[in-house]
Design a protein around this ligand. Structure first.
Ligand code: FAD
Length: 444
């Protein structure tokens, strides 16, 4: 093994944490350990969509990994052409009406989450040590300029140490909590209160109804159902549904959303004092009846989908307030820990992937040493945080557009939605990575 320049602990083995671990394998002088709270590394049973911008990042992790992902994406062919990737309908009426087709440069990749996560897991290098059942509770970081190790404390009472800590520990992130408290210690009054107010996630005013539908069951009801062939959005006032095939057509991923207009419109605003918490569990089981009731009155296509539902889960979608920073000293946040957003651009996982690759690149840069880690993380914060914050706002707007809560005529909906979303297929992470390299090269 090459001389180790520093040891990184990644807390959280979700999409973001695993992408970071795989991306860091390119740098033999960085030692990597992953600590995951769950008993095993796994994902929930639902679909996940990945846009070309994020897929282009995943391709950089190696041709084998790319092929493995391609083989698990449903009905997917890589193309740089414009293709119809999602069908939009007005559906809160007995006769549904076609609205528009979303045309994107390259298609949306559609996965079963477990397949997507499983590919990343299978490409973890042997050199990367993984620990499951390790729920981080807190960390302590020596005050700069000390280079002494960071101490991690886990719920089982054990501890570990590292030189750099990355919190990829999801929306409830204890790493974010500790970081915000560290920052607030050096502030007082309103400034400290504002930073501390970023610790807890906030209910976005959105509830999501998620299930997987057996495609054969739907086919038996209607062999040519749209959702068997293409991603379809069924729009209604304050309520909409996304359905698309996954797992090589064996299942239909169904996600229905209900948006409380007043809360959604004020999400991410600085002043959060007026927001109300979600009453009840964030994730709960639903019977078929509980699941289908909110979508009563929707068109026949939706009725058929609902007939196939056996059970489902209700998710209170929470978000993280825009943070003042995504790093402090030798600690950084990525993915949902840093910027959990509403799911209406299918981009939360994609943004975790981008954060992870970006972080690996700045940490792996030859100029980054134990002493200069804070500088590398500051570059990550400077270039990535504005972008992910912007995606979060765009995602919120997509939700409002789909819930017909914005003052946009139906005839203009397609154009407005496309403009708001086209960053996901027209822009590339490479542009910002180049800027990062210039900064790091100039200071080497
Ligand atoms: C309804 C819905 C639909 C969505 N659809 C899409 C989509 O189509 N496309 C898309 O890109 N995104 C989508 N998202 C968003 C996406 O799921 C998340 O943004 C993504 O999973 C974030 O990845 P992550 O690795 O940052 O966090 P997570 O996936 O939450 O992973 C965090 C990991 O950290 C672990 N962990 C938690 N606490 C600790 C601890 N204390 N110590 C150690 N480990 C810990 C967890 O067990 C988990 O393994 C959707 C979200 C929702 C709610």
């Amino acid at each position: 093994m090459a001389n180790v320049k520093f040891k990184i602990a990644i807390c959280g083995g979700g999409v973001g944490g695993l992408t970071l671990a795989v991306a860091l394998s390119k740098y033999p002088d960085i030692e990597v350990e992953v600590f995951e709270a769950a008993k095993c590394f796994t994902e929930i049973g639902a679909g996940v969509g990945i846009w070309p911008r994020a897929f282009k990042v995943l391709r950089k992790l190696g041709a084998d990994l790319e092929q493995a992902l391609l083989s698990r994406a449903t009905d997917y062919e890589w193309t740089e052409e414009f293709v119809p990737s999602m069908n939009y309908r007005k559906s809160d009426q007995s006769d549904g009406a076609e609205l528009f087709k979303l045309m994107t440069k390259g298609d949306l990749m559609r996965f079963h989450r477990a397949d997507f996560h499983g590919v990343l897991l299978s490409y973890l290098p042997k050199s990367c040590k993984t620990h499951s059942g390790k729920r981080l509770v807190s960390y302590t970081q020596p005050t700069l300029p000390s280079n002494s190790p960071i101490t991690l404390t886990f719920a089982d009472g054990t501890t570990a140490s590292c030189d750099v800590l990355v919190g990829a520990d999801g929306i409830k992130s204890p790493v974010r909590g500790c970081m915000m408290r560290e920052i607030a210690q050096n502030l007082s009054g309103e400034a400290a209160t504002a930073v501390l107010s970023c610790i807890d996630p906030i209910w976005s005013g959105t509830t999501a109804y998620r299930t997987l539908i057996c495609a054969d069951k739907l086919r038996a009801l209607q062999p040519n159902h749209r959702a068997l062939r293409e991603a379809t959005m069924y729009l209604g006032k304050d309520v909409f549904i996304l359905a698309y095939p996954i797992s090589q057509g064996r299942y239909i991923n169904f996600a229905g959303f209900i948006l409380c207009a007043d809360l959604v419109s004020t999400a991410y605003q600085e002043d959060t004092s007026h927001r109300r918490p979600f009453e009840g569990q964030w994730v709960g089981e639903l019977t078929a009846k509980e699941f289908t009731d909110p979508f009563e009155g929707f068109e026949e296509d939706v009725k058929l989908l609902l007939e196939c539902v056996e059970k489902g889960t209700l998710w209170a979608v929470h978000t993280v307030k825009h943070l003042p920073t995504h790093c402090y000293g030798r600690v950084a946040l990525l993915g949902d820990a840093a910027h959990a957003m509403m799911p209406f651009q299918g981009s939360g996982a994609g943004q975790s992937v981008e954060d992870a690759y970006f972080l690996a690149t700045v940490l792996g840069h030859p100029s980054t040493t134990l002493e200069t880690v804070p500088r590398a993380l500051a570059v990550y914060d400077k270039l990535r945080r504005p972008f992910s914050s912007d995606v979060a706002l765009r995602s919120k707007l997509n939700g409002q557009l789909c819930a017909l809560q914005e003052d946009v005529p139906l005839s203009k909906l397609g154009e407005t939605l496309t403009k708001n979303w086209e960053w996901a297929w027209l822009s590339e992470l490479d542009d910002t990575l180049e800027d990062a390299m210039k900064i790091l090269d100039s200071t080497s």
